[in-house]
Design a protein around this ligand. Structure first.
Ligand SMILES: [Zn+2]
Length: 196
């Protein structure tokens, strides 16, 4: 899987639909700029291999919006492995968008709504909300380190994602932990035998 982190810093993503954000990403992406995640070949002459469809569930204008996106897989000519290209708005092996989960967490930490109200608003189960909370807190600590984590409230951290001067680097997290922010551990195991 080739993770590309470039959009959030350029766009005010709150006003753009997840689908148009993804289409913009695909229109601008140059696969040749990215090394092969399997064999590390620099700037391989990627060949388009296949497309597949996947769900991306977004929260836009106060409603849950499901999209069917077409994801492209590219084949590395050096090692023959194929890789999907995913922008940061998509969490690997997770159909809910990155910003969907961030929005749920933000509602949870502002305490303006009850857990039941949040689950109704986003059409998710209580267990899903708590599994995201557990994952969020674990990754926040990994990202910030013990000391900064202790001094940074969850709400401040979440708010920073909406700030145009976004100060946390999703790519840095990915390089550090080797999975994407908010990518679940069970999904990581599934991903491990055949890096997508
Ligand atoms: Zn390769």
């Amino acid at each position: 899987m080739i993770r590309v982190f470039q959009l959030f810093c350029k766009l005010n993503f709150q006003i753009v639909s997840a689908e148009s954000l993804y289409n913009k990403f695909m229109a601008e992406i140059d696969p040749k700029k990215h090394s092969c995640p399997w064999c590390n070949t620099k700037n391989p002459d990627w060949k388009h291999h296949a497309d597949y469809e996947r769900w991306l569930i977004s929260f836009e204008g106060g409603v849950v919006v499901p999209y069917r996106l077409e994801i492209s897989r590219y084949k590395c000519p050096s090692c023959g492995h194929t890789h999907a290209i995913l922008p940061e708005s998509i969490i690997p092996y997770q159909c809910y968008s990155f910003l969907f989960i961030i929005a749920v967490m933000r509602d949870y930490y502002t305490r303006a709504l009850t857990v039941a109200d949040i689950c109704t608003k986003y059409n998710i189960s209580v267990s899903t909300l708590y599994s995201w909370k557990e994952l969020f807190l674990r990754h926040k600590k990994l990202w910030l380190g013990l000391l900064e984590d202790a001094y940074t409230s969850s709400l401040d951290f979440l708010d920073s994602f909406y700030d145009t001067n976004f100060r946390y680097d999703l790519e840095e997290f990915f390089q550090l932990v080797r999975i994407s922010f908010l990518q679940g551990a069970s999904q990581m195991k599934k991903a491990h035998p055949a890096p997508g």
